[in-house]
Design a protein around this ligand. Structure first.
Ligand code: CA
Length: 511
């Protein structure tokens, strides 16, 4: 009898040890993501705006962990990037090509994998994937883009009996600014979580999305300050492909709602750019100030509750954003400010403080990386690769990728007049094929668009002002890059299946 008891207690002890290994020792994950937050607006990245603005709490994540310098988005627009982050798949694999697509509840995603393995999971804030979030024990999310002021959030309880997609009239209205509300809800969830299980908390701010509405307490920030301008703000697009000449995402295309005043009618293009930029960038950074403050509250919660050591904290954005570079706002293109996502990660147990790394990682890598930390095997459907080793060692393994594949599928956007494109970004070059038929769906003033290429040497021309694609002497380089581009396209299984007219376009314009 005694022997049986002792055997039983040993077995229990063994199970407990196993549970411990599977449970409490696995790190917690707080994944914080903003909407359209460009790396130039985080002082740790040291852009021109850091002369007048700082983000001490965001910088703290990088200073106590790692700052990734070349994190690239695979499709620079909200829903597709969010879908890629959730599934670890490119748009053509998960079906989330454009803003009208969403993550269907039955689709696999990394939160489901973590949940199955014993993590408690929650998402709070902007979801923007159309259907009900799945893989989460708790959610409280904005319907669609959501509101800045007095936002509506929808939780499981609010949704009782509803069908997809979201009905925004069924949520709960919260009084205040969305950034503060979303952080409040995140802290509230942290406080009330089950304390004996590891957790994944995704905290997604709406800010600093257009039209850059900040909390009233930041209204006097930058009063009387002359904001530094990017050196290429008055780009005339000489030598650039046709898309740059027909786009309507320039500072002079901003409206009254964007700039929050009557627009002057007597200014030249460049005078308008100068004037609009000063207003735009101040509003944008006032939104960031609110994010920084609230991230500070979350970091403080971790400190105060002994969670700092065993929690991975990530700060990123769904893509980059133009802050007046080339005279633009918005994203969608492969030019650096739009392609590059800020990525700061802290995990004191494994990441050395103050590390900076330049390896090319992509948003499809996020899911495999987080599963790796949770000791969950990467499912076959994921196309990204864990970069845990890069974070731990501070350098890339010998067999790490030296180029990334990009594809933006939206075509004929009748607000921004942007075109579909795909391309390759290496450590030194970016080569893009702008194939889209512009304004295809815009109705009036339809323009027949001639596909064209751009190539930039990021080492010699980091501001991407000189398209060297048509210059003599680059033929060999272009051939190598195009070959590699086709290899990557094939490797990721992008067969243009959704786009039959591509065959003809590629035959005529690719080589
Ligand atoms: Ca976005």
């Amino acid at each position: 009898m005694n022997r049986i008891l002792s055997f039983t207690s040993m077995a229990v002890a063994g199970l407990l040890a196993q549970a411990h290994a599977m449970g409490q020792d696995r790190p917690n994950i707080i994944y914080i993501m903003s909407d359209d937050h460009s790396a130039q607006a985080i002082s740790a990245y040291g852009g021109i705006l850091s002369q007048v603005f700082s983000t001490p709490n965001l910088d703290r994540i990088g200073n106590e962990g790692i700052r990734m310098e070349s994190c690239c988005v695979t499709n620079s627009i909200s829903a597709p990037s969010r879908g890629c982050i959730m599934t670890g798949q490119y748009s053509h694999q998960n079906g989330i090509y454009t803003l009208v697509d969403g993550l269907r509840p039955e689709q696999d995603n990394f939160a489901k994998e973590l949940q199955k393995s014993g993590y408690q999971t929650a998402i709070i804030g902007k979801w923007h994937l159309k259907y009900e979030p799945t893989g989460f024990d708790y959610y409280n999310v904005l319907p669609g883009q959501g509101r800045y002021k007095n936002p509506v959030l929808i939780s499981k309880t609010d949704r009782e009996g509803q069908t997809c997609p979201f009905d925004k009239t069924k949520g709960t209205v919260y009084q205040g600014h969305s950034t503060d509300i979303i952080a409040d809800q995140a802290l509230n969830w942290l406080e009330n979580r089950k304390k004996d299980e590891p957790f994944l908390l995704m905290c997604h701010f709406k800010a600093p999305h257009r039209s850059w509405e900040y909390a009233p307490r930041f209204a006097s920030l930058f009063e009387g300050v002359e904001m530094p301008e990017p050196e290429n703000m008055y780009d005339t697009y000489e030598g650039k492909a046709q898309y740059a000449h027909i786009q309507k995402m320039s500072l002079e295309n901003m409206n009254k709602k964007d700039l929050k005043c009557e627009l002057p009618t007597n200014l030249s293009r460049d005078e308008f750019r100068k004037w609009a930029y000063q207003r735009y960038i101040k509003d944008y950074l006032r939104c960031i100030a609110g994010i920084d403050e609230n991230v500070g509250r979350i970091l403080k919660y971790l400190d105060d509750n002994g969670l700092t050591e065993n929690t991975i904290v990530i700060y990123t954005s769904d893509q980059g954003f133009f802050l007046g570079e080339h005279g633009w706002f918005d994203k969608r293109y492969m030019l650096e400010e739009s392609l590059r996502m800020p990525l700061l990660i802290r995990y004191p147990k494994e990441i050395k403080a103050g590390t900076v790394n330049n390896s090319i990682v992509i948003n499809a890598d996020f899911a495999p990386t987080l599963l790796d930390y949770a000791d969950v095997k990467k499912p076959d459907y994921m196309q990204g690769t864990s970069f845990r080793e890069i974070l731990r060692e501070g350098k890339k393994p010998a067999d790490w990728r030296d180029a990334m594949y990009y594809r933006y599928w939206m075509n004929g956007d009748n607000i921004h007049h942007t075109v579909a494109n795909y391309g390759i970004r290496t450590e030194r070059y970016v080569l893009t094929f702008y194939y889209g038929k512009a304004l295809q769906k815009a109705g009036a003033n339809e323009i027949e668009y001639t596909p064209d290429w751009e190539l930039y040497d990021l080492e010699k021309d980091p501001m991407e002002m000189r398209n060297i694609y048509h210059e003599k002497g680059n033929e060999k380089l272009i051939k190598e890059l195009k070959t590699k581009l086709l290899e990557l396209k094939k490797q990721y299984g992008d067969t243009d299946e959704q786009y039959p007219e591509m065959k003809e376009i590629e035959e005529k314009y690719f080589w």
